[in-house]
Design a protein around this ligand. Structure first.
Ligand SMILES: CC(C)(COP(=O)(O)OP(=O)(O)OC[C@H]1O[C@@H](n2cnc3c(N)ncnc32)[C@H](O)[C@@H]1OP(=O)(O)O)[C@@H](O)C(=O)NCCC(=O)NCCS
Length: 107
């Protein structure tokens, strides 16, 4: 019914951070709380492994409810900074370029 992925990212060389996404729920089951459950579970798993935190590229209107914020100091190619959001778990304040795993083809 739904899918979420976490993958390691580096931010300005800082490791132990993870990127959330892609996340998707099949259209006929959207707006039933599945996306929320997937995101909360993903963040719980990151807390358990004592990750620095989690970044994503997405709509602030949706992800802010999970504690994601934008500080205007993250970059990812030419993506507007308000879409580059993070939630800090144990890491220090974020600044710089997000680099996803090579499996994402450098994108
Ligand atoms: C985004 C997505 C995963 C949310 O899953 P979901 O199971 O529908 O989410 P929930 O039921 O937990 O939450 C629904 C709430 O999220 C809001 N929402 C969903 N997608 C949104 C979006 N793109 N922007 C803003 N709000 C969004 C709904 O309006 C609803 O708001 P409400 O609680 O105020 O009524 C799902 O809509 C989806 O698969 N979208 C297509 C793929 C996509 O855009 N993925 C994200 C980018 S990778």
């Amino acid at each position: 019914m739904g899918h979420v992925a976490l993958s390691p990212v580096t931010i300005n060389g800082q490791s132990n951070w993870f990127g959330l996404g892609p996340i998707a729920v099949i259209p006929e089951r959207q707006k039933q709380g599945i996306g929320t459950a997937l995101i909360k579970r993903a963040l719980t798993e990151l807390n358990q492994i004592i990750a620095g935190g989690c970044v994503l590229v997405g709509n602030p209107d949706y992800y802010s409810r999970f504690g994601f914020i934008s500080n205007g100091a993250l970059t990812y190619f030419d993506t507007p900074t308000q879409y580059l959001q993070f939630t800090q778990l144990t890491g220090s304040e974020l600044r710089g370029e997000i680099t996803y795993h090579d499996a994402f083809g450098g994108a």
